[in-house]
Design a protein around this ligand. Structure first.
Ligand SMILES: NC(=O)c1ccc[n+]([C@@H]2O[C@H](COP(=O)([O-])OP(=O)(O)OC[C@H]3O[C@@H](n4cnc5c(N)ncnc54)[C@H](O)[C@@H]3O)[C@@H](O)[C@H]2O)c1
Length: 334
């Protein structure tokens, strides 16, 4: 019998020509969600059991979902992307399910998006645009990027791509990362500093760390209090790394000049989320990592991860829960 793969993100159906050949070449039958929106836990509970793999987006792979699907033969959750906070990785490991990501496919897209948000803030894009639409012609000086210090928090693939673009804009760059790539920092003359020093010194703080128990609300009232009143905060990482009420408070009371947000604590944000009403916030709908190039690259790479693993290969750099290998191989033999 052909193994089934659930292609969970609804929009991927439109680009089946990108990853379909990889999966079909692996002898796989593809199944798609029934609705054209992000799958809920209930929908995963109904549709995932029976599939050998999920080509996964941001839908919730809870312990209940993984337990039921693993009992029915699930062996791989292959994220088309690099963040895996939507997957209960401990549950996957417990049930012998490998979780993979697609490193190297979307960091440049996020870096470009980061500068879109930053430029929109610094150049008053939204206020000018909406004023002109209303027939107003308000001309006032906006902010430069050149000469302004860019503080990169989380100096991995995306953080480094943002740092290089910052240098191209003439911005002095500093970075914080507990596991920083010191060679890269030295090569590009980027001082590595402690987080509090970065917050104090930066004119722009941009967040690129993963969502982990240790990074939850790492940006809070205290850390925002260290930032310059004239500074901007850009978050394209995950909503949970910022304490939203504290951010609102700082922005509302002019203790921070502005924020560019691609991610929120709750997505989509509730309509009464007060951040939505502020003029010094620019927002996008968690689209930083998804341009048409990165979308295709992520989908193809996730399909390749599935094809490799269904053939018994172990793509080391892509597997998040390396410790599951023995259990995973034992299940694959059954
Ligand atoms: N908005 C989007 O569409 C989008 C797209 C891609 C990735 N992301 C998010 O961006 C994150 C980073 O992606 P990446 O590809 O650069 O990942 P990466 O793994 O290459 O880099 C993350 C870096 O964060 C560092 N880090 C870990 N704990 C930290 C801490 N407490 N403080 C500061 N740094 C810390 C790590 O050492 C690592 O160098 C992802 O985990 C994901 O959540 C968002």
């Amino acid at each position: 019998m052909q193994p089934k793969v659930l292609v969970a993100p609804a929009p991927l159906k439109e680009i089946e020509h990108v990853y379909g050949p990889v999966l079909r070449g692996a002898g796989v039958e593809m199944v798609f969600p029934t609705r054209n929106v992000q799958m809920t836990e209930d929908e995963l509970l109904a549709q995932l059991p029976g599939a050998a793999a999920s080509l996964a987006g941001s839908e919730p792979y809870t312990r209940a979902v993984i337990e039921k699907a693993a009992a029915a033969g699930l062996s791989v959750i292959a994220r088309a992307g690099v963040g895996y906070d939507g997957v209960d990785v401990a549950a996957a490991t417990d049930h012998g399910v490998a979780v993979t990501i697609t490193p190297g496919t979307n960091h440049d897209a996020v870096a470009e998006h980061t500068f879109m948000l930053l430029l929109a803030l610094a150049k008053n894009l939204i206020t000018q645009h909406t004023a002109i639409q209303k027939g107003q012609w308000v001309r006032r000086a906006n902010q430069p990027l050149r000469g302004r210090t860019l503080g990169v928090v989380g100096f991995g693939r995306t953080g480094k791509a943002v740092a290089l673009r910052g240098q191209a804009f003439g911005m002095p760059v500093i970075a914080f990362d507990p596991f920083a790539d010191k060679d890269f920092a030295a090569k590009h003359h980027i001082p590595l500093v402690e987080l509090n020093d970065l917050l104090k010194q930066s004119d722009v703080v941009t967040l690129h760390m993963p969502m982990l128990p240790g990074t939850k609300h790492i940006i809070n009232a205290e850390s925002l209090g260290l930032m310059k009143k004239t500074a901007y905060l850009i978050n394209t990482a995950r909503g949970g790394v910022v304490n939203e009420p504290a951010l609102y408070d700082a922005l509302k009371n002019n203790r921070l000049a502005g924020a560019g947000l691609d991610v929120f604590d709750e997505e989509p944000p509730q309509p009464d989320n007060p951040l939505l009403q502020l003029d010094n916030v620019v927002m996008t709908a968690h689209t930083a990592g998804v341009d048409v190039q990165s979308r295709d690259d992520m989908a193809r790479a996730a399909a390749e991860a599935i094809a490799k693993m269904l053939a018994g290969e172990w793509p080391t750099g892509w597997v998040v829960n390396q410790e599951v290998e023995t259990k995973w191989r034992a299940r694959a033999k059954k």
